[in-house]
Design a protein around this ligand. Structure first.
Ligand code: NAD
Ligand code: LMR
Length: 337
């Protein structure tokens, strides 16, 4: 029996591929846990409304005990009204041959108005996860349009990269994924990201004692960083179920805590995070993937995890790309001020 009050979960792009893989898992309780009923608000553009309405019919047919209600709308104001969790998925996916940054012009315009609607209508403790690409910079745009919502409440999804890194290391070491801990994804959700095993362990042993440097640089890093493109090439469409799975993992951990283990998330380098981000030499005012733990419902950056010179060079390149993306969206008029 659910014991808590329902939480409003808003999902944008609900009629799309990720939406279809995500919504049934939310309704079944995997996003917030088995005690929390959910009110689903599905936001679509007019072209996507019928698909979202069809999904809503199927959600009803699932007779999910935790599903309090499901509503479909093309009004951001209605969709974000009272939202405790906002999953900003709705955006164009890239196709073969594109980098995620090539989507900036097509997608950036979505996130300013949605940030404003969150600022005006969401619950005061809203948690926002941006999935739509380029996720870090879109999250920055949304946050910049929500001055009354603390910046640390806007996050970008790099959990898929983190999960990919854990899985690749586990396959190489021939262990279950549960034996792997301490992987970090630094930087942008793009080909410049740096999946880092310097602090990772496999069955409690340093990962670097188990896998060699050459494999790490020549196979592991490019496989993880380019996995999205590989999926598009092989599947013919951008990752959907694994992306939905990562969104579930991200929000579940954010709400329920990670304990001693840490994970990776795109979080602000400003506000309450400024000191911790600066300890890694990161400039203020970005959304950057970092090692994080969640406790009492808040992400905290894990500090003191020194990067070696190779890692440093990778992280600097990824941060430079984030700064370039920020300038590009500023020039396009998507950042206020
Ligand atoms: P999709 O094309 O199947 O679905 C996107 C949906 O968003 C469509 O139904 C579309 O109508 C809707 N939409 C577009 N603009 C909207 C708006 N302003 N408001 C509400 N809905 C809107 O795409 P998908 O495969 O579901 O992917 C969605 C996004 O997620 C893409 O940008 C993709 O690149 C990104 N993605 C990110 C990650 C990550 O790890 N961060 C992983 C996978 C995919
Ligand atoms: C992914 O990492 O799978 C997504 O960001 C989709 C993409 O364009 O790579």
């Amino acid at each position: 029996m659910p014991t808590r009050r329902p939480v409003t979960v808003t999902v944008t792009g609900a009629g799309g591929q990720i939406g279809y893989a995500l919504l049934f898992r939310i309704a079944s309780g995997q996003l917030l846990g088995p005690d929390t009923p959910v009110r689903l608000n599905l936001l679509e553009i007019p072209l996507g409304l019928r698909a979202a309405e069809g999904t809503a019919l199927e959600l009803i047919d699932g007779a999910f005990p935790l599903l309090d209600s499901v509503d479909v709308t093309d009004s951001a104001r209605t969709a974000f009204d009272g939202a405790g969790v906002a999953l900003l998925v709705g955006a164009r996916p890239r196709t073969a041959g594109m980098e995620r940054a090539d989507l900036l012009e097509a997608n950036a315009a979505i996130f300013g108005p949605q940030g404003r609607a969150i600022n005006e209508h969401a619950a005061s403790d809203v948690r926002v996860l941006v999935v739509g690409n380029p996720a870090n910079t879109n999250a920055l745009i949304a946050s910049s349009h929500a001055p009354d919502v603390p910046a640390e409440r806007f996050t970008a999804m790099t959990r898929l990269d983190h999960n990919r890194a854990v899985a690749q290391l586990a396959i190489k070491a021939e262990v279950p994924v549960t034996a792997v801990d301490g992987v970090i994804v630094w930087g942008n959700h793009s080909a410049t990201q740096y999946p880092d095993v310097s602090h990772a362990t496999v069955d409690g042993r340093p990962a670097r004692e188990i896998v060699d440097e050459r494999w790490l640089e020549e196979v592991f890093v490019p496989t993880v960083a380019r996995r999205g493109a590989e999926i598009i090439q092989v599947r013919g469409a951008s990752s959907a179920a694994s992306a939905a799975n990562a969104a579930i993992d991200h929000v579940y951990d954010w709400v329920n805590g990670t304990g001693d283990r840490f994970t990776s998330a795109g979080v602000t380098t400003g506000g309450v995070n400024a000191e911790a981000a600066a300890s890694y030499g990161l400039p203020d005012g970005l959304i950057c993937s970092l090692p994080v733990r969640s406790s009492r419902g808040e992400w905290q950056i894990v500090t003191g995890l020194d990067a070696d010179p190779v890692a440093h060079a990778h992280i600097e390149a990824s941060v430079a790309e984030l700064l370039d993306e920020r300038e590009a969206v500023r020039a396009l008029g998507h950042l206020p001020g």
